[in-house]
Design a binder for this molecule. Structure first.
Ligand code: BTN
Length: 266
């Protein structure tokens, strides 16, 4: 993939729905971007708040890969978003590792906040994870061949987080001093890095980097509960499989691999 064609909207229902409609006839690398969405959608048909100030885009891809390798593309996008957010954080005057960006399987980029060294008297040492970006990957497969993949990304940058999500989500403007962060440069940066990962980064390196930057392997996250089709499983993450599954050692002592689900940190 080389050229990127951007289709820009001031307002749209959902860049994802638009991208899916035009996917068949569009070249690989087409990016549909909007300043705001009226019907922004997340995983499991959840609403994605899409007020002006956030970044909302969907990329159309025509990869020649086996369908079971599609999650690796999501990981490449998650890495590109994480790298870009880290770059923005590192430009912050007096930036320390108090804030960092990391990955939360399967599709989230989170801000990691540590209070080490800055604790008030009596305050516990703790690490918090709040979602800053989410990724939604959808595809069409025909006779076991991938027709197209659409990767939709929503990132909280200058937009306000609704009160109901304040405990679990964060916007970049809440943690960096620069206000009204320019959005265009951020999207360009993400796409530049993503294309590099897409074109030259082998699968094994992608999985290695994904794992290295994943919150589960930092030693801080001990126990998780994973909700898969309405059933909750408790355990500890023990690995990422070659096809992108999450390997969990369940409390009962059995290993189980998950390919979808929602993870709650215990
Ligand atoms: C999630 O975390 O559940 C995934 C969120 C994906 C949101 C993006 S915003 C751009 C694109 N258009 C949509 O309607 N959804 C995706």
């Amino acid at each position: 993939m080389k050229n990127r064609e951007f289709i820009h909207f001031g307002k749209i229902d959902s860049t994802q729905e638009y991208a899916k409609k035009i996917a068949k006839k569009s070249p690989s690398g087409t990016v549909v971007v909007a300043e705001k969405q009226t019907e922004g959608r997340g995983r499991f048909e959840r609403k994605w708040y899409s007020q002006k100030g956030g970044i909302f885009f969907s990329v159309i891809l025509k990869p020649q890969i086996e369908p079971q390798k599609i999650p690796i593309l999501t990981y490449k996008m998650a890495l590109a978003v994480m790298d870009t957010i880290r770059k923005l954080l590192s430009q912050e005057p007096g930036w320390s590792k108090r804030y960092d960006a990391a990955l939360k399987w399967p599709n989230d980029v989170v801000i990691v906040t540590r209070n080490e060294g800055r604790r008030k008297r009596g305050e516990q040492k703790e690490t918090r994870y709040k979602k800053i970006a989410g990724i939604l990957t959808e595809s069409t497969i025909n006779k076991n061949k991938v027709d197209w993949v659409v990767i939709g990304v929503g990132i909280n940058i200058n937009n306000k987080i609704p009160v109901s999500l304040k405990n679990t989500a964060v916007s970049l403007c809440e943690i960096i001093s620069r206000k009204n962060i320019p959005l265009g440069g951020i999207l360009d940066n993400i796409m530049e890095i993503f294309i590099k990962y897409y074109n030259v980064f082998p699968e094994s390196l992608t999985l290695e980097k994904y794992k290295k930057n994943s919150i589960y392997f930092s030693g801080r996250v001990k126990k998780i509960v994973i909700d898969c089709n309405g059933t909750g499983y408790t355990g500890q993450v023990s690995g990422i499989t070659g096809d992108g599954g999450l390997e969990v050692m369940l409390s009962e002592g059995i290993k189980k691999i998950f390919y979808a689900g929602d993870v709650v940190l215990d």
